[in-house]
Ligand binder design. Structure first.
Ligand code: AOF
Ligand code: ZN
Length: 369
């Protein structure tokens, strides 16, 4: 008789590990989503696990705990290279060797400089057979923030904008213009529930006075809010500063602009804001600091037009997500990105989804694998 187990392939086991990894989504940052499956020599899954929350047990350890003695001689499928460092938890490779696992099949090497190939080297040195690369693209895709933070030393940046049918983001500079439907707004809040940080320019604070919280969607971790505000125009009365319980509010300025604005800085800090002073005033430098000091893996850049254009020109946008609405703004409207610099047809792996009367278009700016 042919059973389901007879037809399970290594790809199936890895797909199972990837599926499990997803169960940690929204709870593991700054750590990665990780899934692990242990298969006996007979092809039976004897243990499985995923990383449920930053600082808690690693996926491999949970799978080994479940398998117990049955792990001996088996194969461990894991979506990321097992770690070899002592962080908040012990090194997984030691547990794998102790459990007598014969073979490790990992989707991808860990980009964390503390690991970065050393986990594989340790396993091989202890007689464990290692294979790397099965479903590597999918494994990187689920952890793009983690890979971007370690490889590019900045968070993964998603540029988000709501556009009129004639390609405008507002009726006039500095004017609050509501374009999107309730369905699109729900989607936007759901996205806010998953990213590490939302960022806006000071112009948006002045025009909209937004709360910048994730509403109507459950969020497990604090949400960092970043305001790009070189001239410290954010008023201490801004509504976002009444939401520091939801997560830190970081105001980004630059050393040259800060001169003469010390009292403004103190007033913002008294309201609980954290002020990040860059040397260059470039977004790229600020992103580097946010990745290093705040461990931000993902950042949603919500606007307005000036900060979108600056990030686009600096080449730090990874994903573009547009909500295109049926409204027409007409003459005098503020265009999305300088004419000719962006075409949604050029986005890679473009996805289009109707949301009520609006249409969401999203895709990657560069190749991602
Ligand atoms: C996880 N979960 O399942 C695996 C991770 O601070 P620590 O000790 O939890 O270590 C975090 C690092 O461990 C993480 O950056 C990654 O390099 C490695 N693997 N981390 O949180 C897991 N397998
Ligand atoms: Zn580990």
């Amino acid at each position: 008789m042919v059973t389901a187990q007879d037809v399970m392939t290594p790809s199936d086991y890895m797909a199972r590990a990837l599926f499990l990894a997803e169960r940690g989504r929204g709870r593991t940052s700054p750590n990665p989503l990780v899934g692990a499956v242990i298969v006996s020599p007979e092809g039976v899954v004897v243990g499985s696990g995923f990383h449920a929350r930053a600082g808690e047990a690693h996926a491999e350890v949970r799978a080994l705990d479940e398998a117990g003695a049955a792990a001996r001689g088996g194969t461990l499928y894991c979506t990321l290279e097992p770690c070899c460092h002592v962080g908040r938890t012990g090194p997984c490779v030691v547990r794998i060797v102790e459990a007598g696992v014969a073979r490790v099949v990992a989707a991808v090497e860990d980009p964390n400089p503390l690991v970065c190939g050393r986990g594989f080297a340790f396993l091989r040195a202890h007689g464990v057979e290692v294979e790397v690369g099965l479903q590597a693209a999918a494994a990187m895709r689920i952890n793009l923030p983690f890979f971007t933070r370690h490889r590019s030393q900045r968070p993964l940046v998603t540029l988000k904008a709501a556009l009129s049918a004639d390609g405008c983001v507002a009726a006039a500079p500095g004017q609050r213009t509501r374009l999107t439907s309730a369905a699109a707004n729900r989607h936007a809040h759901w996205v806010r529930a998953e990213v590490d940080a939302i960022a806006v320019g000071a112009g948006t604070i002045l025009a909209d006075d937004p709360l910048l919280t994730a509403r109507g969607a459950y969020r497990a971790q604090p949400l960092v809010r970043v305001i790009f505000d070189r001239r410290l125009r954010t008023p201490p009365t801004a509504r976002v500063l009444s939401t520091v319980d939801a997560g830190p509010v970081i105001i980004v300025t630059s050393a040259d602009q800060l001169a003469g604005r010390e009292s403004g800085r103190q007033a913002l800090e008294r309201r609980g804001a954290r002020v990040l002073v860059t040397r260059t005033g470039m977004i790229r430098e600020a992103l580097g600091r946010l990745a290093a000091d705040w461990q931000l893996g993902s950042l949603l850049l919500e606007g307005g037009a000036a900060i979108h254009a600056a990030a686009w020109e600096e080449g730090v946008v990874d994903i573009v997500r547009l909500y295109v609405t049926p409204h027409v703004i007409g003459a005098g409207g503020v265009a999305f990105l300088p004419a000719g610099s962006f075409w949604s047809g050029a986005l890679r792996q473009r996805r289009v989804e109707p949301l009520g009367p609006d249409v969401m278009i999203e895709g990657y700016v560069h190749r991602i694998d």
